[in-house]
Design a protein around this ligand. Structure first.
Ligand code: NTF
Length: 820
């Protein structure tokens, strides 16, 4: 089937055929899940010819290709997005309606591909969408986790994790490519042997291995015939099980390899912004990197023969340090398999690799114990030793022998392998993800490295895809924007600026606010269905959705809710715009304090929502299992976007951009991309409060901050903090939230109130009062909201990807023609 010519009748018949073949049923007997599968396969048929044509075109034009390497791709659902990008959404919607089905309900049958944790994984997914839409040859390369990010249940206010069985019913869009399998080797030892010519050769022996099998997923560009590939590697045992032919030793090994294969791709590690030094995690990293690098080199050699030309045709992008083994693995392949000398190989590696840093949180920095690393990856470790030796020599060359500096910068130090340092040494480009973040890297975290390689450092402010987060997630607003300024914004988001003049037009304001209202009704229905809570769509929807982390300060948000509730109890007639505070967040299963904050939010919700005396002025909702699919509904319905991380801690944030695009007004700190958001929309159209990054970094250095001073002098703060331990929100167990109380006032191991929640509290409460005042004036509010949407142009991942492509990857666009 061809996307531009497929008729409704043909598509309908494809659905009937699929249901018949797969389920031995007719459409009237099929379940919604079966209809979803049938539709997805029919869509795949449209995709497949373009997919083949895209790769044929790349092959013919011998185009330079980026391999975006990432442990996470948080894709969400594919069907709706594919329909939109293929521009067959309306046709399919009509076909389904004629068959008595609602497209939304069918889309709801698809499980999210939860193969990522949070912002880092979602960014990778947005990048793939932009790469395909902008016609850049690209692969995403990652792992086909059997279980993605856990499913969150809230039981008695607590987070409970359930396995995410996203592949249970199969994945209709994927294609298994067993012919591209690769062997990946672990453990063992490396022996040096001399060949007949006296040349040294390295032999890896006594290793265990697995076979990596790629599963390809189509990444459909918007309205352009391009279909790129997300290649997710699965693991299988190398030997097939033929017990009879094994002697004892082989049998043992076969069983071990079977187990290794099974465990390696079993589950995504559920930590966000936190490193967990587990051996299995390192295995996962090497597994998909080795498979990818070997396969890319093999393909390149088949076409070009001369490996020295690799950097002209291939670029590997390392998404945070998780894929950093690309650097030593490519060295290994170039030297041990291709016979290159060190110098040649190193020059190729540096030209081919680029690295993005996504955090300055020290607990997120990967540092592997040398003991573990060298045992699991002996040859890779040897190579890193040599990289480190030469790197240290370079430092001495440039700065003289300064031991303190060497200790700070060495890749191997303190018994650890410092992965970020390896990335900086082995890449030609190092970038941060928002201007402030890059400045902090250059001036603080990585200043030694900046002094060594100033030219490598650059900024690429993050972005999001407007195709998913406006066109698909908010069809009412998308249609409205298109009616006003045409549909150019779909592939050129700055065109959305065209609605700015309407921000003062009363009729347009009314339309805009009516759409927001309808989206709030949609979310209210979702909340009623999933939480059983009634919320008033006329109240202000104030939303904080993101992973739970102390630095993101969900705690400050809920403490402020507690404060408002105190005020309302003192004065139920208080003049206040009704507010609904909406939270959504998964906490890493091992992050006790984060899970306790979830419990606190739920207990506060319980008390507040059931108090008849506050005239429904305050509601609190915790949305269970926050993920890409419900995020789309949430962003569309938000009035206020909470972006309140401690300044300097959030590298960029990307949720902030999705809210802005959907006409929510930011209440936020001068952190990450909030700074650039405020710059674009104007400080009068957002609510900025609190300490700046410079102030935070200064106060951290001084170590002079004492939260007790605030506690003693600020009655509102003292009252809410005391409510953490007086049983107000936990009558059965007044000690329940003691840990949170202690973290704010006493620290214990870490500095008290290390994220400056009490310090920023007053400023935050003040900003909220301003929100309340602004919302009363609906004309003013409509204007602000509209200007937020109008000013979101910069934050398209299309802009980000253009910058990467031009400045780091040096890619050319390749247009795919389909002969009809
Ligand atoms: C995250 N980093 C940052 O915390 C976010 O601010 C940023 O928006 C995203 O990356 C995308 O750049 C991480 O998750 C990690 F892994 F680096 F800690």
């Amino acid at each position: 089937m061809n996307r531009t010519s497929v008729t409704k009748q043909e598509f309908k018949e494809a659905i009937f055929e699929n249901i018949k073949k797969q389920y031995r049923k007719t459409i009237d007997q099929a379940t919604e899940e079966q209809v979803f599968q049938a539709v997805a396969y029919a869509v795949k048929e449209i995709i497949i010819d373009q997919w083949i044509e895209t790769h044929k075109t790349y092959e013919e034009q011998d185009a330079k290709t980026v391999y975006y390497l990432s442990m996470e791709f948080l894709m969400g659902r594919a069907l709706g997005n594919n329909l939109i990008n293929l521009e067959v959404n309306t046709m399919v919607k009509e076909v389904l309606a004629e068959l008595g089905f609602d497209l939304n309900a069918i889309e709801d049958q698809e499980p999210d591909a939860g193969t990522g944790n949070g912002g880092l994984g979602r960014l990778a997914a947005c990048f793939l969408d932009s790469l395909a839409t902008l016609e850049y040859p690209a692969y995403g390369c990652g792992i086909r986790y059997r279980y993605g990010i856990f499913e969150q249940k809230i039981v008695d206010g607590y987070q409970v994790e359930r396995p995410d069985e996203w592949l249970k019913n199969g994945n209709p869009f994927e294609v298994r490519r067993s012919e591209y399998g690769m062997e990946v080797k672990f453990g063992g030892n490396v022996r040096v042997v001399k060949d007949e010519l006296g040349q040294e050769r390295r032999v890896h022996e006594n290793y265990q291995s697995v076979r990596a099998i790629p599963y390809d997923l189509p990444i459909v560009g918007y309205d352009n015939n391009t279909v790129n590939t997300l290649r997710l590697w699965d693991a299988e045992a190398v030997q097939s099980f033929d017990l009879g032919s094994f002697d004892r030793g082989d049998y043992q090994k076969a069983v071990e390899q079977q187990n290794l294969a099974k465990t390696i791709v079993e589950v995504l590690y559920p930590n966000d912004n936190h490193y967990q030094g587990k051996e299995l995690r390192l295995k996962q990293q090497y597994f998909f990197i080795s498979a990818t690098v070997q396969q890319v080199v093999k393909k390149f050699k088949q076409k070009h023969g001369d490996i020295s030309l690799l950097p002209e045709k291939v670029v590997f992008h390392i998404n945070d340090t998780h894929p950093s083994l690309t650097i030593p693995e490519l060295m290994r392949v170039l030297m041990d398999d291709e016979g290159l000398a060190w110098g040649e190989a190193w020059a190729i590696v540096k030209k081919t690799c680029g690295y993005t840093n996504h955090t300055i949180m020290s607990e997120a920095l990967e540092k592997w114990p040398i003991e573990l690393f060298s045992r699991l990856l002996p040859r890779i470790y040897q190579i890193i030793e040599e990289i480190n030796r030469r790197f240290c020599a370079e430092i001495v060359d440039k700065f003289g022998s300064d031991n303190e500096r060497l200790r700070r910068m060495a890749i191997l130090a303190d018994g650890q392998v410092k992965m970020a340092w390896l990335c900086i040494a082995g890449s030609h480009s190092v970038n941060g993800v928002a201007r402030l973040h890059t400045d902090i890297l250059i001036n603080e975290e990585l200043k030694d490295f900046y002094a060594l390689y100033p030219k490598k450092f650059n900024n690429k402010t993050n972005g999001i895809t407007q195709r998913r987060f406006l066109l698909h997630g908010n069809p009412l607003l998308a249609d409205w924007v298109t009616r006003k300024v045409g549909d150019g914004w779909i592939t050129d988001l700055p065109q959305i600026k065209g609605i700015a003049p309407l921000a003062d037009d009363p009729k347009a304001q009314k339309e805009f606010m009516q759409i927001k209202y309808e989206n709030k009704v949609r979310l209210a229905q979702y909340i009623k269905k999933h939480n059983g809570i009634d919320v008033d769509p006329r109240s202000i929807f104030d939303v904080q959705v993101k992973r739970l982390h102390e630095y993101k300060r969900q705690l400050m948000d809920v403490l402020h809710v507690m404060h408002l509730y105190n005020e309302l109890r003192d004065n139920p007639d208080m003049d206040m715009m009704p507010r609904t505070f909406i939270f959504g967040a998964k906490a890493a299963p091992g992050y006790r304090r984060a899970k306790l904050v979830i419990k606190l939010i739920n207990n506060v919700a319980q008390v507040v929502n059931n108090d008849p005396n506050i005239n429904n002025k305050l509601k609190v909702v915790f949305i269970e299992n926050y993920r890409v699919s419900n995020a789309e509904i949430i962003f569309a319905a938000a009035d206020v976007s909470e972006q309140i991380s401690t300044a300097s801690k959030e590298a960029s944030g990307t949720g902030n951009m999705k809210f802005m695009l959907n006409g929510a007004v930011t209440i936020g700190t001068l952190d990450g991309a909030n700074i650039e958001i405020a710059e674009e929309v104007g400080s009068e159209n957002c609510f900025i409060f609190g300490m700046t990054a410079t102030e935070v970094l200064q106060l951290q250095r001084e170590k002079s901050y004492n939260p007790w001073d605030i506690y003693n002098n600020n009655q509102a703060v003292r009252r809410v903090v005391t409510q953490l331990i007086n049983g107000f929100y936990a009558p059965e167990n007044p000690e329940l939230f003691r840990e949170i109380y202690d973290s704010l006032l006493n620290g214990g191991g870490e500095p008290a109130d290390q994220y400056f929640i009490l310090k920023d509290f007053d400023a935050y409460a003040q900003a909220h009062r301003e929100v309340d005042l602004a919302y009363r004036n609906q004309t003013k509010w409509a204007r602000m909201a509209m200007l937020n949407t109008a000013s979101a142009g910069k934050f398209s991942s299309d802009r980000t990807i253009e910058e990467y492509a031009k400045e780091i990857w040096k890619l050319e666009k390749v247009h795919v023609e389909m002969d009809m």
